[in-house]
Design a protein around this ligand. Structure first.
Ligand SMILES: [Mg+2]
Length: 254
């Protein structure tokens, strides 16, 4: 009898360890390395200063443009996430609770309408509207998220017209939507935290290609392209080789 009991005890141990393994077959949690980036984004004065610098520069650039005549209406094109709206709270919640990012978790976040304004964005956009400049948003938020986004904008006092929201339909690239806007308006500047917010050149490129293309567009930054800092996520991260450990990608001179 004792040996039968011992057999069942061992069998239960084996089964429970097997089920444990199946749970652990998920990819290991890999977001710990983002903690520093989130802390910098949420707590550093330097982050806020860079945002103000971007929007102050844009104001100078817009004022200069307002002295010129245009045949068509002027427009400014903004990305939304981490350009106008701060979603870091959603990502920080995921990291603290050891959750991975996915579209569903982002959808839940957008529904809360809890994003805050990126420093300087609201004041600049309100100024542009007061100078009769059309404000356009090209975002890869889903088309079904327009209402939540507009309500979030409204709560923050950021101007936005429903007809000026160009959200994701088919193509993750913003090029088609950008061309559509350029057919109607003279776009003075594009605002974004991701190089794909500015030009199709940066769509689906490797890390080295992206950097070389930035060099070839050097004159456009601060002139036509206004970049907001975002160390949290972006195409820069997707462009890294998947096969290597992140620490192996660090460059040293030693
Ligand atoms: Mg963005």
């Amino acid at each position: 009898m004792k040996s039968i009991n011992a057999f069942f005890f061992c069998a239960i141990l084996v089964l429970s360890s097997c089920s444990g393994n199946s749970v652990n077959q998920r990819e290991p949690y890999t977001r710990e390395y983002q903690v520093g980036a989130y802390l910098w984004f949420q707590t550093s004065g330097e982050y806020r200063a860079l945002c103000y610098q971007a929007y102050n520069l844009a104001r100078l650039r817009l004022d200069r443009d307002l002295e010129d005549k245009h045949n068509r209406k002027r427009a400014l094109v903004f990305d939304i996430d981490e350009t106008v709206l701060d979603n870091s709270f959603g990502g920080a919640f995921e990291i603290k609770n050891h959750l991975d990012w996915d579209q569903d978790s982002f959808n839940r976040w957008v529904k809360q309408r809890a994003s805050e304004a990126i420093p300087g964005a609201k004041e600049f956009i309100k100024y542009a509207v007061s100078r009769q400049v059309e404000v356009i948003y090209i975002s890869n938020r889903l088309s079904t998220q327009k209402e939540d986004t507009l309500e979030n904008f409204k709560r923050l006092g950021i101007p936005a017209k429903p007809e000026n929201l160009y959200f994701l339909s088919n193509d993750w690239s913003k090029e088609v939507r950008r061309v559509e806007v350029l057919k109607k308006y003279d776009v003075v500047m594009f605002f974004g935290d991701n190089l794909g917010d500015f030009h199709k050149d940066w769509d689906s490129k490797t890390s080295d290609e992206r950097r070389a293309l930035v060099d070839s567009h050097q004159q456009d930054f601060g002139e036509k392209f206004i970049v907001l800092p975002n160390p949290l996520y972006g195409d820069w991260e997707k462009s890294l080789p998947k096969s290597k450990k992140r620490s192996d990608l660090l460059k040293t001179v030693l």
